[in-house]
Design a protein around this ligand. Structure first.
Ligand code: ACO
Length: 340
């Protein structure tokens, strides 16, 4: 993972872009570690000490990724005082789409009445919300669109092998969203954004079946091939190194030092990963936002949900420099600095 990747910051001549609204939605059903003890050979103690997760949310049967996304998106639009019919661009980041085609963003477009928007999905797993943010930011910065609604949404419970204790204890369902608008040095400005990928490590974390490479057939249907498979220990090491480097790149891209960062919103996969990165970057734990104890790893939704909670709870204050950093399947990684 040594190849250089671009960092976008304030390029002269381009409009700067701000986050004008945030929203999130979590399904009602709570699945606790104690509930999981009855399903696989695990314990609350193992899950808590290895990951920090205590419980996660599970979507109802028939409640799809697009439904979670639409609810989160409408809340972000309400905060931004924007009508769905006024949205120019609607991006959903997900690895758990309702259908392979059309894109989940098209289902969301139909549900919320975003009739003018160009709607499409991005697939970058846990880094996906920041990938969507960078695409939308650049489209607004160049004047191609006036605004964008970006959503990270996942129904991971539909792609988890509930008999595999290595993975089923880690994931949850949920959605988070943000509205992006042009800004003239206002609040919520995106100061820098950095994205990266390393496809050579694809098999460390993937869903092997269900695509053209491995269709699900009568012969393999019992092998759980359309579920998440992960080499946890390897992914852990890559996650710490890639997110730390990505964080440093975004901070430099914003023209700041680590000491200028007031709040960090990391991808919510594992508390030990977050602590390892914070230690290496010299970040105080009270400046790092954590909610994975309540929701587990919601992949593309995680940063978006955390950002909305930090915004609505007042943890993210006007004028704060906020660092976002993510890592996920692909492998992919992403980081951004926002002046809130
Ligand atoms: N309950 C009890 N024991 C378990 C469980 C469980 N749920 N799961 C695994 N174990 C056992 C293993 O079998 C192993 O036993 P063994 O030593 O007898 O073989 C032992 O616990 C230790 O297993 P490790 O895999 O070494 O545990 P580790 O400390 O690495 O923690 C974890 C595993 C939590 C998965 C960690 O590696 C991790 O968080 N990895 C990164 C996850 C991540 O960041 N993913 C990226 C984003 S996800 C996305 O993009 C969709």
């Amino acid at each position: 993972m040594t190849a250089p990747h671009p960092t976008s910051s304030q390029i002269p001549g381009l409009r700067s872009v701000r986050i004008a609204g945030t929203g999130s939605y979590l399904p009602e059903k709570v699945l606790t570690n104690n509930d999981l003890e009855k399903m696989v050979e695990t314990s609350d103690e193992w899950i808590t000490t290895r990951t920090g997760i205590k419980e996660r949310r599970i979507a109802a049967e028939g409640e799809l990724t697009s439904h979670l996304a639409a609810k989160a998106g409408l809340k972000a639009l309400e905060m931004a005082a924007l009508d769905p019919a006024d949205i120019d661009m609607l991006i959903v980041s997900t690895i758990t789409p309702d259908t392979i085609t059309p894109a989940t963003a098209c289902h969301v477009q139909s549900q919320i009445g975003a009739t003018r928007a160009v709607a499409f999905d991005v697939s970058a797993a846990c880094s996906g919300f920041l990938f969507a943010m960078e695409v939308a930011k650049n489209a607004i910065a160049t004047g191609a669109v006036r605004n964008a609604l970006i959503i990270g949404a996942e129904k991971l419970s539909a792609f988890v092998n509930w008999t595999d204790r290595n993975t089923c204890v880690l994931f949850g369902d949920g959605a988070g969203a943000a509205v992006l608008l042009p800004s003239e040095n206002g609040e919520g400005r995106v100061l820098s954004c950095h994205l990266g990928s390393d496809g050579r490590q694809a098999e460390l974390l993937h869903i092997p079946g269900g695509g053209a490479a491995c269709p699900i057939t009568m012969d393999n249907a019992d092998r759980h091939l359309a579920t998440l498979t992960m080499q946890g220990r390897e992914v852990f090491k890559h996650a710490v190194n890639a997110m730390r480097r990505a964080a440093e790149t975004a901070i430099q891209g914003a023209g700041l030092q680590t000491t200028d960062i007031q709040l960090v919103i990391p991808h919510q996969a594992n508390l030990r990963i977050i602590e390892a990165i914070s230690e290496r970057l010299g970040l105080a734990s009270e400046n790092v936002f954590v909610n994975l104890d309540k929701y587990g790893n919601t992949s593309a939704a995680a940063i978006a949900i955390a950002m909305d909670e930090a915004n609505r709870s007042g943890a993210m204050k006007s004028g704060d420099n906020v660092l976002l950093m993510a890592f996920g399947a692909g492998l992919t990684w992403a980081s951004a600095v926002i002046r809130w």
